[in-house]
Design a protein around this ligand. Sequence first.
Ligand code: GLN
Length: 238
Amino acid sequence: MKALRLVHLYPREMNIYGDTGNVLVLRRRLQWRGLAVTITPVSVGDPLPHDADILLGGGGQDAAQGDIGADFAQRGPQLRAMADDGVVMLAICGTYQMLGHEFVTQEGRRIAGVGVLDVVTHGQPVRLIGNNWVVTPQAGRLVGYENHSGLTTLGPGAAPLGTSQLGRGNNGKDGTEGAVRDNVIGTYLHGPVLAKSPRFADDLLRRAYLRRGEPAELEPIDDALPELAARVAVGRPR
Ligand code: GLN
């Protein structure tokens, strides 16, 4: 089968908490199965490959989000078309916020989003920081940690990724964490989240193969180590 193309958005600017690890986890889970994979970094000014199978973007400080803001916003039509076409997207924290309609920082600075996800985010002085784990209908338990000032509210066009079990999630009020529409997934879970959520990682890979009309049966991998790490992490205090 043609190599699965992973597109890594703004690897330098949006990797404040090591979310690049999500790219590494997907690459390794494909390589362990002998499946071909290509990784394409996309920074400011770079073209966005039209044959992307999975887009991944990480977290960033308000300033970094401002720095990439104009470049990201002008990709809006292509990103919306890709989302409508079922391209898989995993957006962590800052990138999650910018897939929404807007992120207004706690200083009142508006950073335009691209409207892929029906969410809006407003920053506030008290940051939401700490370990968290989330129960999701699509991929079971996700384990990670959060660190954001933004409070995200979902509109009718987005469903929660899951329910927050230990942390504050989207906004610390409605119990939701993350957002989903079609194959687009946003979450506040850093970690990198895929490192201790192997079922979630494989769910993303299956979605990408299914969109291509290719077999999505993935050979089982011995996930004893990440599952042990997840159990330890879930038992940690907030
Ligand atoms: N700057 C954004 C916020 O503080 C996103 C932070 C992040 O990506 N971890 O909410």
